[in-house]
Design a binder for this molecule. Structure first.
Ligand code: 5GP
Ligand code: ZN
Length: 116
């Protein structure tokens, strides 16, 4: 994926503030944080979005989910955090490389969905 910004980060063509890396997964701070802790967890494999996941991605996605609370705690989320996966146009996804936003800090986050 030549022009994908997150693939460029994976290939180290664009710098990032990395917080975790292994063979299959990278986590780095969001360039425009919405809260004191805001990092992105991405697979190194380019998958456009959650609508494109396949059966053979199960263990990769499971690993990402298992990592999320450990990294969140390491980054200072002592008492919970929010996980967001924007998907497609309606979901407001701007970067078409699957990513989990992990957002938190010390204070309670504002309600995400306002009803009524
Ligand atoms: P989306 O709207 O696709 O769910 O979120 C994309 C996120 O990627 C945004 O929060 C944006 O700030 C972040 N982002 C976009 N480009 C870069 C970049 O070059 N570096 C980093 N660290 N984050 C980026
Ligand atoms: Zn990509």
């Amino acid at each position: 994926m030549d022009n994908c910004i997150f693939c460029k980060i994976i290939r180290k063509e664009i710098p990032c503030n990395k917080i975790y890396e292994d063979e299959n997964i990278l986590a780095f701070n969001d360039i425009n944080p919405a809260a004191p802790v805001h990092f992105l967890l991405i697979p190194k494999l380019h998958i456009d979005s959650l609508t494109d996941i396949q059966d053979n991605h199960q263990s990769l996605l499971g690993k990402m989910l298992l990592l999320a609370p450990n990294l969140a705690k390491e980054q200072g989320c002592e008492d919970g955090f929010r996980t967001i996966i924007n998907t497609g146009r309606v979901g407001g996804q701007e970067v078409l490389h699957l990513h989990f936003h992990i957002i938190g800090g010390r204070e309670r986050l504002p309600a995400m969905i306002h009803q009524g």
